[in-house]
Ligand binder design. Structure first.
Ligand SMILES: NC(=O)C1=CN([C@@H]2O[C@H](COP(=O)(O)OP(=O)(O)OC[C@H]3O[C@@H](n4cnc5c(N)ncnc54)[C@H](O)[C@@H]3O)[C@@H](O)[C@H]2O)[C@H](O)CC1
Ligand SMILES: [K+]
Length: 530
């Protein structure tokens, strides 16, 4: 954090950025909340403040009109339900037609008081699903981060019932039924249209399998003092969302006024085979977009001319090839060896025949990105023992299937991807990027970056090749800087997804083939720079 006088730390840009990055668990939220109440903030006052902010946002999302005026409020037994009851009261005063549903007989005291007051205002309250009025949208205040066990019987069937209504649902803090940390569905869960996350981003909202329940997630910042967050998480929180600011900070921009091509990094790509020539081209185009000063691309000899035609500025190295057209041997130009390069990216389109090549680059002292067949070969060689000997920085970029081949003993990456990628990084000492709808990046000290924004448009062949090239190019340029490798990897993931989002906006989610994606990389970063 830049130095800011203590007076304004809670209102500064720094706090905004910090709050937008931090990702927390239910336990950490409870501890932070505990500090706030211990410092004298009455629970009821905080609930009033939070619910007031929720009400304002709801009025923006569903402005009162002739067609939108009926709102059903689902109330749980805890303070999530308390929030919802305050929202119910405030929307009632703002002219919405409000009804409340809660099947719980035992409510927390504050929640029970709000229930009683809502009834005194004449707001219709229901305890059973029968005869519920129609509505234009629903507000889910059943459970927040206090959900402790799977939902069963009455409340589970009620949630399924409301999901079947196909009405827009706004979930307060977390879609009810989702595990706050793993994002797992505990029995069943509300399928939210919007999730208004309170105070600090909950980890479960960033887990791939939660996304279909979360809908569009927004943060309701209710001025949690920076000191309280820092007291629980420390100055460098372990799990962070990649933000535009952090991503742009690791880009090699602006360039120094005086520079030359070798100062802007030299990347060696080792990729492609006669069967997968396209993978080599896409990886090289991704690398080109990174701005790397010099790009060398080692491919089987038979691919050399097609690579030259696509990338006239790159040094294409034609290597001896096997019968089936895989690279047989890395044959670098005269007076060149692996130490001539700032970074190496190896794997796309290699096929499994290129084991000697992968072994050679692993044994080198260069910063190394392994992807695709580079990862499959690493898995065959034995992930942990093979990497143990490496001193230089290693980045692995598996999708879920490659991850499970690399780390068969790590708990199922689908269950808790964040924990899985952390374990993989700790076991290998590598930075591990686990691809997904919310790509997660971990280093061996347990720091995790999560990319909070992406698009299903990127789920296509070749998209990963582009990322590998882009990442390799950024690492080659950063070789002389002291930036943490995981920050560079996070920036590459962010840049890649922003290009996909921009391309999908202009061409729909069906129009983002990998070649098109390479053409959006530049405009994505230019737009984000404004
Ligand atoms: N974080 C903050 O600073 C603020 C949070 N607020 C809201 O409070 C909830 C958390 O409230 P809490 O009472 O701790 O938990 P819930 O509302 O999620 O309710 C849990 C409640 O339900 C019971 N329960 C747990 N599991 C089950 C189950 N499977 N079936 C039935 N009942 C279950 C449990 O015993 C609890 O009583 C947070 O999300 C915010 O919405 C503050 O209002 C504002 C500040
Ligand atoms: K909720």
């Amino acid at each position: 954090m830049e130095n800011a006088s203590p007076i304004n730390i809670n209102h500064s840009q720094n706090r905004q950025e910090y709050i937008s990055q931090v990702v927390i668990t239910a336990g950490q939220m409870r501890d932070i909340e505990g500090r706030i109440f211990a410092a004298g903030m009455p629970v009821a006052a905080l609930m009033e403040k939070v619910a007031g902010l929720i009400t304002l946002r709801i009025q923006e999302l569903f402005s009162l009109s002739r067609n939108i005026y009926r709102v059903g409020i689902l109330v749980g037994p805890g303070h999530n339900g308390g929030d919802a009851l305050v929202v119910a009261r405030e929307l009632h005063f703002r002219g919405y037609e409000v009804w409340i549903y809660s099947p719980f007989s035992k409510l927390k005291e504050l929640t029970a008081q709000h229930w009683q007051y809502a009834q005194s205002l004449g707001i219709s309250c229901y305890e059973t699903l029968e005869q519920l009025p129609n509505c234009d949208f629903l507000i889910d205040g059943l459970f927040g981060f206090g959900l402790e066990r799977p939902l069963t019987d009455a409340i589970a069937s009620a949630i399924n019932h409301f999901n079947e209504w196909q009405k827009p649902i706004i979930s307060i803090d977390i879609p009810s039924g989702l595990h706050t940390d793993t994002g797992e569905v505990l029995g069943t869960a509300i399928c939210a249209t919007y999730t208004l996350c309170l105070g600090l981003w909950k980890l479960g909202l960033l887990q791939d399998h939660a996304l279909e329940y979360v809908g569009k997630a927004e943060l309701i910042d209710f001025d949690i003092p920076f000191a309280d967050v820092e007291a629980i998480l420390g100055n460098t929180p372990k799990i962070k969302r990649i933000t535009r600011k952090t991503a742009l900070a690791s880009l090699p921009l602006p360039r120094p006024a005086v520079t030359h091509k070798y100062k802007a990094g030299h990347l060696l790509l080792i990729c492609g085979s006669r069967r997968y020539a396209g993978g080599a081209i896409l990886t090289a185009l991704g690398a080109r977009a990174s701005g790397v000063g010099m790009l060398s691309v080692a491919v089987p000899e038979s691919l050399k001319s097609i690579l030259v035609s696509h990338l006239p500025e790159a040094l294409i190295i034609g290597c001896p090839e096997t019968e089936s057209g895989a690279i047989l041997q890395l044959q670098l130009p005269e007076n060149t060896d692996l130490s001539s390069f700032n970074a190496i990216a190896c794997g796309p389109g290699l096929t499994r025949e290129a084991t000697p090549i992968v072994r050679e680059v692993i044994e080198s002292d260069r910063t190394l990105v392994l992807d695709a067949d580079g990862l499959n070969i690493l898995a065959q060689l034995g992930t942990i023992p093979t990497l143990q000997q490496r001193q230089a920085a290693t980045v692995l970029t598996p999708h879920t299937g490659e991850f499970q081949r690399l780390f068969p003993d790590i708990s199922d990456a689908k269950h808790d991807r964040i924990q899985a990628v952390r374990e993989a990084a700790a076991q290998t000492g590598a930075v591990v990027l686990l691809k997904g709808a919310r790509t997660a990046i971990a280093n061996s000290q347990g720091v995790v970056w999560i990319n909070p924004e992406s698009t299903p448009a990127l789920a296509r062949g070749g998209s990963g090749d582009v990322l590998t090239g882009l990442l390799g190019g950024l690492l080659a340029q950063a070789a002389t800087k002291q930036l943490p490798i995981e920050n560079i990897v996070a920036t590459a993931a962010w840049w890649h997804s922003q290009a996909g989002i921009l391309a999908a906006q202009e061409r729909t989610e069906l129009g983002v083939d990998a070649l098109t994606l390479t053409q959006y990389l530049m405009s994505a970063v230019r737009i984000q720079q404004c």
